[in-house]
Write a protein that binds this ligand. Sequence first.
Ligand code: PLP
Length: 378
Amino acid sequence: MTLDPETATFLIAGPVRIHPRVLRAMSMPSVNHRGDYFHGVVAEIREMLPALFGAKGRQVILSGSGTAGLEAMYSSLVPPDGRTLVLTNGNFGERTDQIVRRYSTHVTTVSAPWGSPLPEATVRAELEKGDVRAVCVVHNETSVGLANDLAPLVPAIRASGALFLVDGISAVAGIPEPIDAWGIDAVVAGSQKGLAAPAGLALVHLSERAAAALHPGTFYLDLAAHVKALEKNDTPWTPAVPLFLALREALKLLMEEGLEHRLERTHRLAEASRAAVAALGLALFPDPRHASDTVTVIRNPDGLGDPELRKALEREYHVLVQGGQGALTGKIFRIGHMGIADWPDLLVTFAALERILGKAGRLPAPGRALSAIVDRMP
Ligand code: PLP
């Protein structure tokens, strides 16, 4: 049967499935973005942002995907003079490097192989050399399913006095984002990940120190202009109004559930997925000690590429998961379980995987993956 997007199991690594309440919230006649109703929408969103980020500060809503948020953050905060340190261990880390290099000519990049932890000693040594004014890093590397534990680097970053700038696009509302505890100066969230809103908005949290350090970068994404307008529940340019309406509803759903609960559910789904992967005789791609809770990234077993596995999931079982990026295309597949993903999604996905592997004669023992999930259900 033809795939029906309304009933398919949708577990890509973002955008994620959207609750019907959020979809309905977008279906409104045009509203005046300079009128009282819309200012009220912005005010309501702003009231919920400190709970989303778990911190108070200047918080900005930008029309544009996550990358717009990154461009805003780096163009407004990466100092043109002084050194900037970029840490990379995946596709999005490499993209950070590309963006930052548009705004600074003094960039030092410290890299680990995709999916491996960051080389802490090298990062510390770079910071100790001095003159580092900003450190840029991806918290949750969606491309390889790895959550970077930045805690061990925090003392050295603080001692250096550098601004700590974090891509939290798939971290915020997916894994704990310890903004105050780690002294993060700016973090970007994407609407389409843990928040379970449609793609197209970026949210930026700024510490007071970062707000004071803003300098003009791009015109459209000038963070200082956005901070100033938002103080009056306004935006400098015409915002993506339907997405703001959707974001308000998605945030209300998140507040009803509670951020702690959402993080806990995401964590449990991740643990169940990892146990099910092991039960299928498959291997995780990233270092398992640092596996992300928002997306489980699995190596394709030998001889089973995208057509036999991921495409079969979609074609035969209407289960949508994501493939690898760049050099990992056809070598891994990624199951997202953030936002409003839930247990039935995992059961369907792993039942389908069991059947595909079984038919290929590659299943160690039938039923084990499903038991691994059921055993971990609340
Ligand atoms: N950074 C991370 C960690 C991401 O997961 C993504 C998207 O998946 C991006 C950056 C890019 O965001 P967008 O595609 O919304 O511009």
